[in-house]
Every structure is written in C-alpha cells, then in structure tokens.
Design a protein around this ligand. Sequence first.
Ligand SMILES: C[S@@+](CC[C@H](N)C(=O)[O-])C[C@H]1O[C@@H](n2cnc3c(N)ncnc32)[C@H](O)[C@@H]1O
Length: 274
Amino acid sequence: MPRRPPRNFKPSRTAPVESEGPKVGKHEKEFGVPIPGAILPQEYWTQTALKEWPADGLLNWEELFGRKAPVVADLGCGNGRYLLGSSLYRPQFDHLGVDILPVVIRYARRRGNQRGFKNLRFAVGEERVVLEKYIPPGSLHELHVYHPQPYYDPGEIHKRQITPRFLWLAHRALEPGGLLVLQTDHPAYWKYMLQVAPIFFEFQAHPEPWEDAPRGRTRREILARKRGLQIFRGLGRARKDLDPAEAQRRAEALPPPVFNADRRLIELDRMERV
Ligand SMILES: C[S@@+](CC[C@H](N)C(=O)[O-])C[C@H]1O[C@@H](n2cnc3c(N)ncnc32)[C@H](O)[C@@H]1O
C-alpha cells in the first residue's frame, strides 16, 4: 500500500529534462504549461492502470477504487492531463480515463502513478463500447469529452464520437442531473453539438476559459489556443424528465454528424499526438 508523502514534501518548480527520467519533486511542463501535480519519490507511486475490462458485466466503482465516491469519466482522454488535474484538485472524486490509443494511455498512467493518485484509473478502450457495456447506467457524476476527433475523410465519418446514440448512452450513464462537458475547436462539430446535445441535456455554451485551467484543461486545448483557434465549450445537466425509452427514440430520430470538417485543422491533429 503506497504511503502518503511527508507533510513537509515541497516540490521544486523547475521542469525535468525528459531524457533524464523522472525527477522527484519536479513539475513537468507540456508546451510551457505545467502538468498538474509533482513527481513523488518512488515509494509513494500508485498503480493507475485498469488493465482488463470486466469479462461479463459492468464495472464496480467501489471495488475499483476501494471506496464509495462520485465518479468522473473522460472518454478520449488523450494523455490524461484533465484527469490528472481533477484528481489532484478534487480528491473527493474518483476518475476514469479511456482512450483507444495505448501509447497515450501509457503516458497518462505513468504520470498518474508517479503522482501517487489513488482516485484515478486509465484504460485502453473504445469509448462507445465502454459506455454501452461497462459503465453502469446512472452511475457517473460527470462525463467529459475534450476535442473528439473530427475525422476528415468521408469514409471515416462514421467514427465520429458525438452522435445522437452517444448522447443517449451518455444520458443513460449519468446520474439524473449529472454533468456532461463537451469541448472542441472545430466550428462545424460545435454547431452539430449545439443542435443535438440540448435534446438530452440542459446544455449551455461556456465561452470563458476554465477557471481551474485558464491556459487549457487538455493538451489539445493548449495547442489550439497557441494557434489562436477559438475553443467551444459547453456544459449540460442530464434532463431528469427524459426517460430511457424516450431518449432512445429521440436518438434514433436525430441526424448523424455528417458535417464537413475543416481540413486546415489536420496539422494540429498530427501535432496533438503525444
Ligand atoms: C484530438 S484527441 C484529444 C485528446 C484529449 N481529449 C485532449 O483534448 O487533448 C482525440 C482523442 O480521442 C481518441 N479517440 C478517437 N477515437 C476514439 C474512440 N473510438 N474511443 C476512444 N478514444 C478515441 C484518440 O486516440 C485521441 O487521443
């Protein structure tokens, strides 16, 4: 069982040199913006990997985290920057990050482990499968999606994450009144989100930078801001008056996301990869 760091543990303010390996007490930076938390001495490291999905059913949050606490999920979490910050600043919440790319989950886990977080797990997975098969309905306190991939090629449009079906499953996964957070730097994707999210959520745009991370909550947000792109953010509470059957019916009646993605943003997508 990892011990707590000593009370007088003071992280240094200088960034480590990547090639020299983890530097205890130092703050890492990404594009000049500190990554939340400091690297602890190895005896305080934890294990943030969720290596296997349940063979035959739903996740059991209490078993996974060893306590009963509200759960926050980030689907398509990339290198996990948002969840590292939330785990640090909101220790009363448990957190799950999921991404389809093993390499980004490796970065996320390593940072989570080295910061000694016990309220954080990262898993490789396909977000729609995770939402449908493994997250117990009504069990999430918050669901976050930052900068879902726009998929530029017509043959890949079916991979777009924010669809009516996804929003129905998100509504089902959240507690009544639970929070959905959506963010993108694609104007066309945002326009689509504004069209469909309010059907399932009391959804409102939040144009101001995040108070907890004014330079950006995620790697992609930081990159996009550096490029001078507008960031579109929205928050919504799951509609309490919408029952699951009606939510499904609405999802089936709504249009899929077939907007034309702005190909000028492709370069940013390439840079976004860790
Ligand atoms: C543009 S990146 C954004 C990453 C992170 N949310 C951020 O804002 O920095 C999109 C992420 O979604 C992940 N992704 C794409 N399709 C996915 C899927 N079907 N299931 C899970 N993750 C997916 C990608 O691997 C990538 O890490």
